[in-house]
Design a protein around this ligand. Structure first.
Ligand SMILES: Nc1ncnc2c1ncn2[C@@H]1O[C@H](COP(=O)(O)OP(=O)(O)OP(=O)(O)O)[C@@H](O)[C@H]1O
Ligand SMILES: [Mg+2]
Ligand SMILES: [Zn+2]
Length: 321
């Protein structure tokens, strides 16, 4: 499992900015309070010396050491109480000069002891959703709102959909190094994009780097790279489709087939297979048609290395109208 490195950096920077800003606000507030109340300033100087006092007592040692340490601690506590009272009498809350961290658990560092804080995990998931390219779809299409009632016309349709739902869920929840690839096949409006979005959401939440894109846009990005490289530029828009841990390639077969399409698709699928990176593909194209549209090398990879989930039934877009 590896969070997308750019997302990771962005989240670390965001937390660091939060932390520094909380500390800067606290510093400004402290200066303000010290200006208003020399007594608080005096108390703060005394409080700051507690550590040195404890150290001094410890070095001195002696039979009544425990009692002396307890006295220093008690003095410290009463100074803190006096300070809180002073702040309140000035109209401030007792913790007015403490840094107001967004996350109390990790003080906006992102870590509690050595473990990642929940706030950082949530921020990484948010970034993961953003960088996945799923946008608004992710809020609308989940396993929970994937209903089997739309396949009720025909028991065979329903059985296929129920199987696809169960497998997709299982796939997403156990996604990892041993996962395979999925090929969601069937006519329009039957839930292929819906189920693959639900897979993406679950896999992102589990901390993996997921990219969703349509075949047409993937091709456009590779085409852009090819065009730019003619000018000696190395802008690599296609790189993320090769490198992400899970690629959801939507609408395979909607593009105009030509030699560039075939070679790009082969490069994409083959690179991902060779590096053990998983791909989920959605297509309206049938098994036979795959052979005529794409090369044998592509078709044999799709049919051999992908687990096929079939969809059949009546267009759900129409049913919902
Ligand atoms: N089982 C379902 N329960 C509820 N809504 C569904 C279900 N399947 C699909 N939908 C909804 O119907 C619409 C069409 O589904 P979807 O986009 O997944 O179809 P598709 O199979 O990807 O079609 P296409 O081949 O045209 O891309 C979407 O709004 C989707 O959320
Ligand atoms: Mg679709
Ligand atoms: Zn935190």
């Amino acid at each position: 499992m590896g969070y997308n490195i750019e997302n990771y950096r962005r989240v670390r920077t965001m937390l660091e900015e939060r932390r520094l800003s909380a500390m800067a606000t606290a510093d400004a507030r402290l200066a303000e309070v010290h200006r208003l109340s020399p007594e608080v300033a005096e108390i703060d100087r005394a409080l700051a010396s507690t550590g040195m006092q404890l150290f001094g007592e410890a070095t001195r040692g002696g039979p009544d050491l425990a009692a002396r340490i307890a006295r220093v601690r008690a003095d410290h506590e009463s100074l803190r109480a006096a300070r809180a009272d002073l702040l309140t009498s000035l109209g401030f809350s007792a913790d007015y000069t403490d840094p107001a961290y967004t996350c109390k658990a990790c003080r906006d560092t992102g870590f509690v002891d050595a473990a990642m804080c929940e706030c950082m995990r949530v921020a990484l998931v948010t970034e993961g959703v953003r960088s996945s390219g799923l946008g608004a779809l992710i809020g609308r299409q989940s396993f929970e709102n994937f209903s089997l009632k739309y396949y009720d016309h025909d028991p065979a349709d329903r059985e296929r959909a129920a199987y696809a739902l169960a497998r997709a869920k299982e796939y997403a929840e156990s996604f990892g190094p041993d996962s395979g690839n999925l090929l969601l096949m069937g006519p329009t409006g039957l839930g292929k994009t819906h189920l693959s979005t639900a897979i993406a959401r679950t896999v992102i939440e589990r901390g993996y780097d997921v990219v969703y894109e349509t075949m047409q846009n993937v091709l456009a990005d590779f085409e852009y790279d090819r065009f730019k490289s003619g000018y000696g530029e190395t802008a690599q828009r296609g790189e993320r489709y090769l490198a992400c841990e899970l690629l959801i390639l939507d609408d395979l077969g909607t593009e105009q087939t030509n030699a560039f399409v075939v070679s790009t698709l082969y490069h994409l699928l083959n690179t991902r297979l060779n590096h053990g990176r998983r791909t989920v593909i959605n297509t309206n194209v049938s098994g036979e048609e795959l052979r005529t549209r794409y090369s044998d090398r592509i078709t044999s990879r799709l049919l051999g290395e992908y687990e096929i989930l079939l969809f059949s039934g009546n267009d759900i877009r129409m049913q919902k109208l």
